[in-house]
Design a protein around this ligand. Structure first.
Ligand code: GUN
Length: 294
């Protein structure tokens, strides 16, 4: 029997609807309009698509969206001045600087300048440290979405063997921390890991976040495993046009796994939905309101 396809599109739509309900409630009860500022520097086509999508969905959830498009030649000082302005703007509760940045700009310095209370990407060292310490924190959106998808298959991840392939600040590392919070047993694999296929075969949960098209093969999977594919890779298709594939060989995985996320239509859908969740949570925390129900 082929694996269950985990419907990221549907689960993300349900989450966005819950966010929209909570946004309407905080507006009605507290006069709070959550606002998200997205900063896009340069004209990377993939980033432009992401940012447009973020703005559209922010507005659809009833929140305020502020877009700042800056030329690739902008100086570091000018970017820092904008971040400072957004930090002090009371209508802005979330700040996201789209990555990667053009050459000449230092992502660490810029991310570190964001007020941790508005860091809806969860990338500021204060939030990363709080997450690693088991304290409440704004958490990176893609790992958050990946956990929600895994929990759509398993009520509890407690005691499960999970493998996270990839150790980036944006995905792998925070995902490890979230899995620990769920009481999973976690293996962290990366480019220097020895015998990855054997390690992978021991996992009940496989999170692939390396950015290598179709790297994880069907033969690497334990029969019945749940596979969360975080990769979004563009490769040339048979018709000469680019097509999107994940980090997992999908057709092979479908024959072995118990449940698999598709690409597109899996984790990617969840990232923006979780960004809306984080913006709502940040707005409530800044205003001193109880945490929302999403
Ligand atoms: N580029 C790709 N994904 C992300 C993300 O989640 N946040 C930011 N800031 N940049 C990205």
């Amino acid at each position: 029997m082929p694996a269950q396809i985990i419907d990221g599109k549907l689960i993300a739509a349900e989450l966005r609807a819950k966010v929209a309900d909570e946004v309407a409630r905080v507006k009605r009860e507290h006069g709070l309009l959550p606002g998200l500022a997205v900063v896009l520097i340069g004209n990377d086509p993939a980033s432009e698509v992401y940012v447009r999508n973020k703005a559209k969905q922010t507005e659809a959830a009833g929140m305020a969206s502020f877009e700042h498009k800056l030329p690739a030649e902008i100086s570091q000082a000018e970017v820092l001045a904008l971040v400072d302005r957004l930090n002090r703007d009371p209508s802005v509760h979330g700040i996201l600087v789209q990555l990667p940045l053009p050459k000449g700009l230092d992502a660490n310095t810029i991310v570190n300048a964001i007020d941790p209370a508005k860091d809806v990407d969860g990338l500021h060292p204060v939030n990363a440290g709080r997450l690693a310490s088991g304290l409440p924190a704004l958490t990176p959106c893609t790992p958050l979405g990946s956990i929600i998808l895994a929990k759509s298959v398993h009520d509890s991840l407690e005691g499960m063997n999970a493998i996270v392939i990839g150790r980036s600040n944006l995905v792998g590392r925070p995902l490890v921390q979230l899995l620990l919070n769920e009481n999973a047993t976690v293996t962290i694999a990366h480019s220097r890991t020895r015998d990855l296929p054997a390690l992978c075969r021991r996992a009940d949960l496989v999170f692939a976040a390396v950015g290598r098209p179709e790297m994880v093969r069907g033969g690497w999977l334990q029969p019945g495993a749940t596979v969360i594919d975080v990769g979004i890779n563009r490769i040339p298709g048979a018709d000469g046009r680019n097509r999107l594939v994940g980090d997992v060989a999908y057709d092979e995985a479908m024959l072995v796994a118990g449940a698999v996320t598709p690409v597109p239509g899996g984790v990617g859908q969840m990232t923006v939905a979780c960004l809306l969740v984080n913006t709502l949570r940040a707005a409530c925390a800044i205003k001193g309101l109880p945490a929302p129900s999403v």
